[in-house]
Design a protein around this ligand. Sequence first.
Ligand code: HEC
Length: 155
Amino acid sequence: MKKILVFLVVAAVVFACGDKKESASERILREKKEKSAQIDKGLGLGEITTVTLNDPLDDAMVRSGKAIYEMKCAACHKLKGSRVVGPSWAGLTSKRKPEWIMNMITNVEVMLDKDPTARKLLEECLTRMPNQNVSIGDARDILEFMYKNDIDNPS
Ligand code: HEC
């Protein structure tokens, strides 16, 4: 409770000291513009705006990503070859930006409604990928595994 109070006080001070207050409609407009810029850049929609890639890949992350894949994703996604329920992951990391992939994993409902690339996939697959409650950390491990898959199974 105390922590929340401190936070509120700090937030109020920061807010009050801001040069110019933004009205609610200005904020909505700004957020809309930011979102469409994010889509235009192929980053998808969601919390992920930048991803730093590892070179070489992080083996522990690859192992963790593989385990999550086997538990939560393998029923619908193959690592090479063609589509099952969802598209194969072959070549995924050269087709899409890492930010897009992570937003697709962690923010799938919004992506399927608003991101043109995701909507196109939905038209092809005719099944909505379910939200699997994957944390951002787990999604990052899955991404690492996807890069490893594209090295091991070049398409
Ligand atoms: C019940 C089936 C199902 C499961 C389980 C599933 N997906 Fe999907 N996934 C889909 C479908 C179907 C699509 C295509 C978009 C659509 O129609 O919703 C898709 C699309 C994707 C894409 C975009 C692929 C591309 O070609 O751009 C990614 C990335 C993805 N899924 C990741 C995951 C991850 C990670 C998991 C596990 C945590 C997972 N999916 C679990 C069905 C599934």
